[in-house]
Design a protein around this ligand. Structure first.
Ligand code: DHB
Ligand code: FE
Length: 266
């Protein structure tokens, strides 16, 4: 027998799709154009490129599902806000020692290396969270994640760090840059049909996980970015907008950022 939740979702989906077709007097050609777009996205999707998810993101669906699933807390010190995963996370990023850099030696030219550090705490008690894994990923200055870019070594600009007893983390990465979501396929077609640009504001992705706490999938965004209030995939939340600070006296970085993660018990 079909699961009740699945049945409910499907009947609602059918109702809304029928309403959509009726209200707009959808033609056969228009419906087929939609089928074509989804087929193209499917043919194009691989381990390295999730075009169908990209279509959902352009339509604002992933961001809507995120805001429904993680409705913000009314606490004055709420847990860290979530944000969409996006299509570029990879599993099994390298495990790195605390204080290491996710920038592989010689992989990119940048004078915007950044020391990112802070704590992982229990949002309700303020206690340090030991054994929290931070899975981090970002693009190179050319706007490409390593799996999109033959010029970067495997797993460049990705890493996993685990907090010790003090709940602290510390890592080096790049100050992120704004860049376009891939727009050479169906996603680009959709954006052009909507008269929209493909740019995302500069961001760094994090997934913070530890047993007994709710995992946080999130991104932090650079306030100075021109696209900060105009993200092509609608992921920015105020509490995730940060200020990178110029850093002096550290031979490994020109900027720093203090960012604390607050977790909620399961
Ligand atoms: C999307 C998300 C990202 O983080 C990104 O870097 C590119 C695209 C997306 O939601 O489609
Ligand atoms: Fe991204």
């Amino acid at each position: 027998r079909a699961a009740p939740r699945t049945r409910a979702l499907l009947s609602s989906l059918i109702q809304h799709i029928h309403d959509f077709a009726r209200e707009n007097a959808l033609t056969v050609d228009e419906w087929m154009a939609g089928v074509d777009l989804i087929n193209q996205a499917g043919r194009m999707s691989t381990d390295r490129r999730n075009e169908t998810q990209l279509l959902c993101d352009i339509l604002g669906l992933e961001s809507l599902v995120d805001s429904i699933t993680f409705s913000s807390s009314s606490s004055s010190t709420p847990p860290t806000a979530s944000a969409i995963l996006g299509p570029f996370w990879r599993k099994d990023a390298p495990r790195l020692d605390m204080g290491a850099s996710i920038v592989q030696p010689g992989s990119v030219e940048s004078d915007e290396h950044t020391h990112v550090y802070g704590t992982v705490t229990d949002y309700a008690t303020g206690e340090a969270v030991e054994g929290a894994q931070l899975d981090v990923w970002q693009t190179a200055p050319n706007g490409l994640y390593e799996q999109q870019d033959e010029g970067q070594p495997d797993m460049n600009l990705r890493g996993r760090f685990t907090t010790g007893r003090d709940g602290r983390y510390s890592m080096y990465c790049l100050r992120p840059t704004s860049y376009p979501i891939p727009h050479d396929g169906p996603g680009g077609k959709l954006l052009r049909a909507l008269d929209r640009h493909p740019m995302r504001p500069a961001h760094i992705h994090f997934i913070v996980t530890v047993p007994a706490y709710q995992p946080i999938i999130t991104q932090i965004f650079d306030r100075r970015d021109p696209y900060i209030s105009n993200d092509a995939v609608f992921a920015v939340k105020d509490s995730l907008v940060v200020d990178f600070q110029p850093l002096e006296g550290d031979p490994n970085a020109q900027f720093e950022l203090l960012y604390n993660f607050k977790l909620a018990k399961v």
